[in-house]
Structure formats: structure tokens, C-alpha cells
Design a protein around this ligand. Structure first.
Ligand code: LUB
Length: 214
């Protein structure tokens, strides 16, 4: 987005329309910095024990600056969870560039999710906030269903292409993958801070793939 910025006394060639809309870009960057700081605070302390002041200290801004972008702590939590879920369409877009088979795409998506849960503080914070949704007075995005829908589509395509055994029910496998992945990442988070998540996920993944692959 660019904006017409007058340069009083400017005598060189006109830069009108060439300079970025500095104000809008700065607001977008500030919002992103606040979201990331909030993710660190929520992931570490949880929703109830966190305060907007914690976030302000984390990001080095005033509480007023935080409230300008996020009027309440609840709105901030919703934004972090929404940012968590925004990761998956971005991941799918990257994976689809590799022209994989439907089954390979499903596996690559969950492998990518395992990497994100292990290393991305926004994904980790979103997962914790979902667990705490009963104490957050706001409508968080519905968990799990997006993954079930995506995996069912991919496994339907895999079955149609002969990649899966004939007795496989794609929707049932999608539900098992989502429940299994959720459990594996939760157990890993509790026992090792997700340091062994990618190995634990690979164990479950290989068991399921061995059962369904043609
Ligand atoms: C995923 C979690 C943790 C589902 O989709 C979600 O909401 C999820 C957090 O709520 O696992 C399995 C990929």
C-alpha cells in the first residue's frame, strides 16, 4: 500500500506515490510485535496469570500502546489463537508447491505442524489458550475441525488415487490423526517441553501410515 506523501521543498524528481504508507506499515509491524510478545507471555504464564502489563514489558511498550491495538486481554488472546491457525494455510501453500501426492501432502502438513508446535511460540501459545478456553470470556476459533476437514479431503483423494487400502475410511483416519497428533504434542509438551515432539509424532505417524497405505 502506498500513499501520496508531499515532500515540502523537495526539488529532485517527484517521489509522489513511491514512498510506502509509513503509518500503516508501522501499525502493522507494531501489531505483529505485540502479538508475538503476547504469545511469549501466554505460552509461559497462561491466560489468567498474564496481564496486559506483562505484554507491555515484554515488548517494551506502554499499556496504552497495547490497548490501542488490542482493547482487552481477551481480544489479545483471540488474536493470538487466530494467528496460530493462520499458520496452516501458509504451510499448505508452501507444501503444495512441491507437487506431492495427496497422502504425502497430508503427512507433510502434519510433519510441518510438529515442527511448528516444537518451535513456534505463537503456535504454542495458541494451543495453551485453547486448553484454557473455559476461562477466556471470548469466542476462540473452533479447534481441530479445520485439520479434520483438510485431512479428510486429502485422504479422500489418496483413496481415489489408490494410495490407501480399500477398507480405509478417510474421515475416520483424519479424526484419528487429529486426536493422535493433539495427544502426542500435549504429552510431549508436559513431559519434555516439546523437545521430543518431532520424534514422538514420527512414531505415531509411521504406525498409522503403515496401517492405511496400499
Ligand atoms: C491441533 C491443537 C493441537 C489438532 O487444531 C487444533 O486446535 C490443534 C490446539 O488446539 O493439535 C491436531 C493437528
Amino acid at each position: 500500500m502506498t500513499a501520496k506523501i508531499s515532500m515540502p521543498g523537495w526539488t529532485g524528481p517527484s517521489t509522489e506515490g513511491m514512498l510506502p504508507d509509513i503509518r500503516q506499515d508501522r501499525a502493522i509491524q507494531t501489531r505483529a510485535h505485540i502479538l508475538r510478545a503476547a504469545a511469549h507471555v501466554f505460552a509461559e504464564k497462561g491466560f489468567k496469570s498474564s496481564s496486559v502489563l506483562d505484554v507491555a514489558h515484554q515488548v517494551g511498550m506502554t499499556k496504552g500502546a497495547i490497548y490501542f491495538h488490542f482493547p482487552t486481554k481477551e481480544i489479545l488472546a483471540v488474536a493470538v489463537v487466530e494467528e496460530h491457525y493462520s499458520r496452516w494455510p501458509q504451510l499448505l501453500e508452501r507444501i503444495l508447491e512441491d507437487d506431492l501426492s495427496p497422502l504425502e501432502t497430508a503427512i507433510a502438513m502434519l510433519d510441518g505442524a510438529a515442527e511448528a508446535f516444537a518451535n513456534d511460540i505463537v503456535v504454542q501459545a495458541g494451543a495453551r489458550l485453547q486448553l484454557e478456553s473455559s476461562v477466556i470470556d471470548a469466542d476462540l476459533p473452533q479447534p481441530y475441525v479445520g485439520w479434520m476437514h483438510l485431512l479428510t479431503q486429502l485422504l479422500d483423494a489418496a483413496l481415489a488415487e489408490g494410495q490407501l487400502r480399500d477398507d480405509v475410511d478417510p474421515a475416520a483416519v483424519a479424526r484419528a490423526l487429529v486426536g493422535g497428533f493433539f495427544g502426542v504434542q500435549h504429552v510431549s509438551a508436559v513431559l519434555t517441553g516439546r523437545s521430543d515432539l518431532q520424534e514422538r509424532w514420527a512414531e505415531l505417524r509411521d504406525l498409522i501410515v503403515a496401517r492405511i497405505q496400499a
